[in-house]
Design a protein around this ligand. Sequence first.
Ligand SMILES: Cc1cc2nc3c(=O)[nH]c(=O)nc-3n(C[C@H](O)[C@H](O)[C@H](O)COP(=O)(O)OP(=O)(O)OC[C@H]3O[C@@H](n4cnc5c(N)ncnc54)[C@H](O)[C@@H]3O)c2cc1C
Length: 415
Amino acid sequence: MPRPPSDSTGREGVTSSTRVHVVGAGPVGLLLAALLQSIEGLSVRLYEKRHEYTRTRMVQLAPYLVADSVESYRADSIDGDSVEAIFDPRELDQGLAFRQSIPSDLSALLKNWALGFCPLNSIERSISDLIDTRGLNGVERTAAVVTAEDAMAMLEPGDVLIDSTGSRSLLRDHLVPGSGEVDEGANTLKIRLEYALVITFLYGQRYDCNEYCKYHKNIENAHYKFIPMVHRTHYDGSVSHVTGIVNISAEEYEAMPSRFDGEWLRSNFPGVAQSMDRFIDKIKQETNGELLGDLEIVRIPLDLYRARNATSRQVLRAGPSDHPFASSTVFLAGDSAIGSPYFQSISLGFECAMFLAGLIAQRELPLGDVLDRYELYIYKQWLRVYMRSKMIKHNKDLFESLDDPLALLENLHIY
Ligand SMILES: Cc1cc2nc3c(=O)[nH]c(=O)nc-3n(C[C@H](O)[C@H](O)[C@H](O)COP(=O)(O)OP(=O)(O)OC[C@H]3O[C@@H](n4cnc5c(N)ncnc54)[C@H](O)[C@@H]3O)c2cc1C
């Protein structure tokens, strides 16, 4: 493997002997490790604090992740048009070309997940097993809680570190040069859209929900409308998995535990429980099925956020220093870099992981270009998901005021 040329900062790009540390083996860290594992000559180390993959929530991957043409890539009804407005044709072509180059064992998994719903831990286990069974280019795995200090201490000059530790990113706020003190939020832009209950239930019949159904089944719910998200029902042959959200106030959010069931809801928030009962009764009337088990409920703030810097570029630009990031490179990936509500983050994280792996594979690229390209790409993905999330929120607000023309007009803001 030829040595890459030096870039304008006098640094080399990613070399054939580069050590890549991936901290956090959730879906995005695992995908990155599996993609990098296939690149000859890199030595990949994967760190994870959990001993088991236990998150059973059903998640869905966007079909655009496995698109094989620009047309199918922008088929999404919510933001298909934004794609062409934000990305250059060349960028789209390069992204599609990288997808075609993904090893067949991994691309078969992605294609399968994009067909429907899948438990999150099944995605995690499948990629984890694939990494372990491939044999070639073994990924070195470490079970440990990595602290920011550990992360800095393990870096040797020329190393790459990818922080995929999720929304409470290990290193996000360390990526701005400063006095040494780290301010929480120093590198984070956060927009709170609303507070919500994410409510999931199983139903013993096929049940699909379109916009008419969402309206009709909520018609007597003046407040607390249960809104299954776009394509958020899934029939696995005997059971429908239904997930949706109910908007709640900040005070209600504070008064709830982070996770609870229908019984707790009935005793403590009967108004929300009645809305759910009315919704589910209407499904039963239509399809003669039964609820299987109880409701599973989590309360979450629906935040849109991004790292203002998704790499250690600012530390490099600040000039030579003895800071570990001045001689190595840090990238944020997945929820570490960008977070978005409304069930779209894994796809976004996977897409950024593919781009990053594609960049790292281009050994001839000077480091400065690698950093600039990743920053630009993350910014464009942020624009896309920001517009998309605001659109979904706006549509939700309109939906919730459909029976109140004055409130509806208030929400329209035509121009
Ligand atoms: C109720 C709910 C439903 C959702 N449904 C969907 C959906 O349908 N579709 C979708 O796309 N998204 C969905 N999401 C969002 C999705 O789960 C996240 O976007 C996704 O898990 C992010 O992946 P990640 O790998 O970036 O981070 P995470 O999944 O958070 O993984 C981070 C990993 O890093 C590890 N880690 C963290 N800190 C350290 C440390 N210091 N040392 C070592 N290891 C560490 C963690 O243990 C974890 O394994 C949902 C989220 C919620 C809450």
